[in-house]
Write a protein that binds this ligand. Structure first.
Ligand SMILES: Nc1ncnc2c1ncn2[C@@H]1O[C@H](COP(=O)(O)OP(=O)(O)OP(=O)(O)O)[C@@H](O)[C@H]1O
Length: 245
């Protein structure tokens, strides 16, 4: 379970996460939504201790990430699928991560199977396509069989088979009682795989509700998202502002 309380982060005096409070409970897929630059990745990085907050707290199972004794066994993360040594094979990469936690080779083989990477496990990660890299990132997140998963744009780059696989995977992970926090710009996809959504804009909480909750208003999740974020979009194209001329 993830508990974020009054979390604030500034870069160069600019507030990018602003008093954010939400929970990603166990047994639930929590979709994390917001326009470009809203602070989603920064929040995820704060949760796993890659950034220090100006104030507030972020806990996993009631413990700060830095204080977790075996972090991979508590929380699996995929924040940037490209953060893999390009010269290492997928298998060797996963083995190197597994060794830090005494995770056996058999579990490495298991997650390679879960991610559908058997046929390319011996290939160097640097030769992987975007989607293959995403699958490797998921395999790494699952290594420690964690109770909490934090996935930043996991569907990015996946082909339609991969999108379907990811949808089923996150549903299954939640059904097993895990807390899944998943960011995506694909609102339609989140409507299919999330139980609830946390929507942020300019670092602030705009909504925290179960899908179908009247708090999200009438219409689809996309309608709700567009309504909620209307005042928080920083990068709007000329066409969206009303024509290209
Ligand atoms: N290391 C950094 N130094 C300075 N500013 C940063 C840094 N990392 C992020 N930011 C800024 O913080 C804000 C939030 O960025 P963040 O990546 O968290 O947003 P996001 O919601 O994940 O966006 P996107 O959907 O585009 O990935 C942005 O304005 C970004 O430019």
């Amino acid at each position: 379970m993830i508990q974020v309380r009054e979390l604030t982060k500034c870069y160069g005096g600019r507030v990018v996460v602003d008093g954010l409070t939400f929970t990603a409970p166990p047994g639930v897929v929590t979709g994390f939504l917001g326009p470009n630059g809203a602070g989603k990745s920064t929040t995820m990085r704060l949760i796993v201790g890659l950034e220090r907050p100006a104030s507030g707290t972020a806990m996993v199972d009631g413990v700060r990430y830095a204080d977790l004794r075996a972090p991979l066994r508590s929380v699996g993360t995929m924040l940037d699928a490209r953060s893999v040594h390009p010269g290492r094979t997928a298998f060797r990469h996963l083995m190197a991560v597994a060794r830090t936690h005494g995770i056996p080779r058999s579990r490495v083989q298991e997650v390679i199977g879960l991610a559908g990477l058997e046929s390319v496990a011996g290939r160097r990660a640097g030769t992987f396509s975007l989607g293959m890299g995403q699958r490797l990132g998921i395999a790494g997140a699952l290594l420690g069989d964690p109770g909490t998963l934090i996935l930043d744009e996991p569907v990015n780059g996946l082909d339609p088979d991969g999108v379907l696989w990811m949808r089923h995977l996150v549903r299954e992970l939640a059904a097993e009682g895990r807390a899944v926090l998943l960011s995506s710009h694909l609102v339609h996809e989140l409507a299919l795989c999330a139980d609830r959504v946390v929507v942020i804009g300019k670092g602030r909480l705009l909504a925290d509700a179960a899908l179908g909750d009247p708090a999200l208003g009438e219409g689809s999740l996309e309608d709700a998202y567009l309504r909620l974020t209307a005042g928080s979009v920083e990068f709007r194209s000329g066409a969206a502002r009303g024509g290209v001329r």
